[in-house]
Unconditional design. Structure first.
Length: 258
């Protein structure tokens, strides 16, 4: 039996509601997914409170030029999946990161920012199959392949149909993955974590925990060695003279209901 948008009505009152991104990756462990993204490892956090505390209170004050992500293992169709959570983040909405991260597997994400822009994305083996902000304005290589699944979970795609919002997108993600997200799952999971951007001050001052050892498979060496914890993304963008840039979602998945 398919899930329904009404079963996710609780999300409208959840603390993640106003700005978040959730990403689902089939068959990868949390650490494998984070490695594909190229993040710098950060200590595991317990529960959603741990993610919030780190995101808002840890000394990551570096002109907003950073992204923080936590990932936990969950069960879905045909075995394990990884569920990744970002607070005020957009990595799971970005083809730049998700196309390579979804190689040889399936990835799904739903996202909303503080301005109210929201989206759903489905990647298959690096290909963006379907993406939409408004349910009747779908794009991707197969924009109509999810129509039946969308209708099963409560999307009314008629011209007068009402958008079920984020509850509908979460129900659609469950329909395609088998991953049942609950408030308790989000609140109580242990999250493997990582970040993009310069090394947090807590590591630079060594006040709380030792600096994480860089993964030589993710970080360059020699002439291209990172400086003070710079990630590969920072190095690549610095080499182009661009910097990391502000926390703005990519412009590729934009659109507006006429």
């Amino acid at each position: 039996m398919s899930p329904s948008a009404s079963e996710y009505a609780w999300f409208e009152d959840n603390e993640l509601r106003s700005m978040y991104c959730m990403t689902y990756i089939k068959g990868l462990t949390p650490r494998e997914f984070l490695a594909r993204l190229g993040v710098t490892p950060y200590p595991d956090q317990e529960g959603l409170k741990g993610l919030f505390s780190t995101h808002w209170n840890a000394p990551l004050v570096i002109d907003d030029h950073w992204q923080f992500i936590g990932a936990t293992q969950v069960l879905g169709h045909d075995g394990p999946w990884t569920l990744a959570v970002e607070l005020n983040g957009w990595i799971g909405d970005s083809g730049t990161y998700m196309e390579p991260a979804s190689a040889a597997t399936r990835a799904l994400s739903h996202y909303q920012n503080a301005s109210g822009r929201a989206s759903f994305n489905w990647w298959e083996d690096g290909e963006l199959r379907t993406t939409f902000e408004w349910p009747r304005k779908r794009r991707g290589s197969t924009p109509d392949d999810l129509v039946e699944a969308m209708q099963r979970v409560g999307f009314d795609l008629s011209p007068q149909g009402q958008d079920p919002g984020q509850p509908g997108k979460i129900a659609l993600a469950e329909e395609l993955s088998g991953v049942r997200v609950t408030a308790e799952l989000l609140a109580n999971s242990s999250y493997a974590c990582g970040y993009f951007g310069p090394l947090p001050a807590v590591y630079r001052t060594a006040r709380k925990e030792p600096s994480p050892s860089p993964d030589t498979g993710l970080h360059p060496s020699g002439d291209e060695a990172r400086v003070d914890g710079e990630t590969p993304q920072v190095l690549r963008r610095r080499s182009l003279g661009q910097g990391l840039g502000p926390l703005l979602p990519p412009s590729s998945n934009t659109g507006q209901e006429p």
